[in-house]
Design a protein around this ligand. Structure first.
Ligand SMILES: [Zn+2]
Ligand SMILES: [Zn+2]
Length: 191
């Protein structure tokens, strides 16, 4: 994984900014997705913005069942992990290998600080919905709506930004408990 200036590995779904990036939301259009948010960022170039996802990579990982941390495919029968708030019905962050989830929970300061407020949902399957931008309010906040995957109305009316993952019958654990009792053990660190 590419690293930030502090030497910390940066998860693959994190957005990167280069100095000339003014933060404009770039919208493109194609026959497959309709209007959609695009992003030119390259992992390892510029500065990572933790907590902000690259919409292009987020959509790839969600569609292709790839891990949001390491980018590798998750096996068709593997139990994967979604990490989020307690009892979340859907996730904006792509699935993770269990080992990658264990790693993220140990090194990410935000997840670590949230303690019991964070849950690990294990599942072997998920379905997707579309998170689309439907407009902009007077104070320039984006209006958004959730649509079924491939909805023709959404295709014409709104701009796709992210996919949302709805896990199938998840087995839920509070993150600290999961880490100590169930998570795969990380290789011991040296040095
Ligand atoms: Zn990007
Ligand atoms: Zn992984």
């Amino acid at each position: 994984m590419p690293r930030n200036s502090a030497g910390r590995p940066v998860p693959a779904n994190v957005a990167w900014y280069e100095p000339d990036d003014d933060g404009t939301v770039l919208v493109d259009h194609d026959p497959e997705l309709g209007g959609h948010v695009t992003c030119p960022c390259t992992p390892g170039r510029g500065t990572p913005r933790f907590g902000e996802q690259c919409p292009v990579r987020q959509r790839q990982f969600m569609l292709q069942r790839r891990c949001g941390l390491c980018t590798e495919t998750i096996g068709p029968t593997a139990q994967m992990a979604f990490v989020g708030e307690t009892n979340a019905q859907y996730y904006l962050e792509p699935p993770l290998h269990q080992l990658c989830a264990a790693y993220a929970l140990q090194v990410c300061p935000v997840l670590h600080a949230a303690g019991d407020g964070i849950e690990v949902a294990l599942t072997s399957s998920y379905t997707l919905a579309e998170d689309r931008i439907t407009g902009v309010t007077a104070d320039r906040t984006l209006r958004r709506n959730v649509f079924p995957l491939g909805s023709p109305a959404a295709y014409h009316l709104a701009v796709l930004e992210f996919y949302l993952a709805f896990p199938g019958t998840p087995e839920r654990h509070a993150a600290p408990t999961w880490l100590t009792r169930h998570a795969p053990k990380l290789p011991a660190r040296t040095g």
